[in-house]
Design a protein around this ligand. Structure first.
Ligand SMILES: Cc1ncc(COP(=O)(O)O)c(C=O)c1O
Length: 409
């Protein structure tokens, strides 16, 4: 095993609890992850020692708060290997980031232009584009699936000179497939389109290098990678962000304000109107330090080991369908499944009786769920503190659930 999950667990006291008379097995990490003690400590230290507004004050606390806030931006820059902190915008999360990019698209899109997304996208990477297309008369075009993954031939057929934006998840929050966004960025650029990567499910689990991916935009959500809720990052190439108008207006983002007009601060601050989530950004910085200390390659390898262990066990359960790629080496640590004859909500409730926390529903991906011909699915998703014992408990609890509902228990 490439990392010591049992040691890591000690940093997450929330995991050490009994739920429904069973030790908690937390497998809802694609929804949100737990927070290690260092992140909680960073939040407490900020509020105990440094709390002040950023950028405006000259007093000592304001300077300390600003220094910590901007230090987190540098940590985020390094984490995704952006060229400069000018390219790192703090947001509320992936949803905000994608909304901002779609607003930029409204500056550019014209009637008959196209935006290319895939059927596996999260609603956050669908609805902002629906709105941008509705307002501009552009067309929203979908790439479909082959063998539970993105159909690259379909993508290539639909990527044309009309395509102005390609926006795709790097890892699907339902199918668990890993999309070749680097290769797709190259194809998009050949057609003169911008490449947007939804990194909500990839940045927590693998090394990200936005320069190597050569994407124009990349989004992530802090809460899916050990940080608090309400903080995220939108990366944009500096030259592209310079073309982009601010989405929100008000204090903090201005340089000079006259009665009828105003000028904006330089990047990245022109996008950050109002008092930001200072504590959240500081918590994100602590989370990124923690992840970097473990190593993103080690995390990716470890999760692939867990998937290689648990996926065949799940596939072997009679009547259980796993969605997405069937080959463990192509499947990230997000496993959506259904059991013949059982409603996924009943499955999730029964698993909770066993202390196993999974999610059930449409996973904010209704077009995909419709496309798969189902109404919902259960989903187990793994992170650095999950162990093979957790995998065994999941499998055992599913078998018990099946037996219970079949009346054989
Ligand atoms: C692939 C994907 N994109 C976007 C989002 C939205 O993230 P947030 O709710 O943190 O903005 C999620 C959240 O589950 C996701 O899985």
């Amino acid at each position: 095993m490439s990392l010591d999950a049992k040691k890591i667990r000690q940093d997450f006291t929330i995991l050490d609890q009994i739920v429904n008379d069973e030790p908690l097995v937390y497998l809802d990490n694609a929804a949100t992850t737990q927070k290690p003690q260092v992140v909680l400590d960073a939040l407490t230290a900020y509020y105990h020692e440094d709390n002040a507004n950023v950028h405006r004050g000259v007093h000592t606390l304001a300077e300390r708060a600003t220094a910590k806030y901007e230090a987190s931006r540098e940590k985020a820059r390094a984490f995704i290997n952006a060229k400069s902190t000018k390219e790192v915008l703090f947001t509320r999360g992936t949803t905000t980031g994608l909304n901002w990019v779609a607003k930029f698209a409204e500056q550019i899109l014209q009637e008959d232009d196209q935006v290319l997304i895939s059927i596996m996208e999260h609603h956050s990477n669908i609805i902002p584009w629906q709105e941008a297309c509705r307002k501009t008369g552009a067309q929203l075009v979908y790439v479909y699936l082959k063998d539970g993954q993105l159909d690259m031939a379909d993508l290539q057929a639909k990527l044309t000179d009309k395509t102005k934006f390609v926006s795709l998840a790097q890892v699907s929050n339902v199918l668990g497939c890993i999309n070749p966004v680097k290769e797709i960025a190259e194809l998009a650029h050949e057609k003169g389109a911008y490449m947007v990567v939804d990194g909500a499910q990839s940045a927590p689990h693998m090394a990200i290098d936005v320069q190597d991916l050569d994407c124009d935009f990349f989004t992530l959500s802090g809460h899916k990678m050990l940080a608090p809720t309400g903080i995220g990052v939108l990366y944009g190439k500096e030259e592209v962000l310079n073309l982009m108008n601010p989405v929100e207006f008000g204090g903090e983002m201005i340089d000079f304000v006259y009665e009828q007009e105003a000028t904006w601060k330089e990047l990245p601050w022109k996008f950050e109107a109002g008092t930001p989530n200072i504590a959240g950004a500081i918590g994100l910085g602590a989370a990124l330090d923690y992840l970097s200390q473990i190593g993103m390659d080690a995390i990716h390898t470890y999760e692939q080991e867990l998937v290689a262990y648990v996926l065949p066990k799940l596939q072997a359960i009679e009547g259980l369908t796993v969605y997405g790629p069937q080959d463990p080496s192509q499947h990230a640590g997000v496993i959506a499944f259904n059991i013949d004859g059982l409603h996924p909500h009943d499955v999730a409730t029964a698993l909770d009786y066993e202390g196993v926390a999974v999610r059930a529903g449409h996973h904010c991906a209704q077009p995909l769920i419709n496309h798969l011909g189902i109404s919902s699915a259960a989903r187990a998703s793994f992170y650095i503190y999950n162990t093979k014992e957790d995998c065994d408990k999941l499998v055992e609890a599913i078998i018990k659930t099946k037996e219970f509902f079949n009346g054989t228990l």
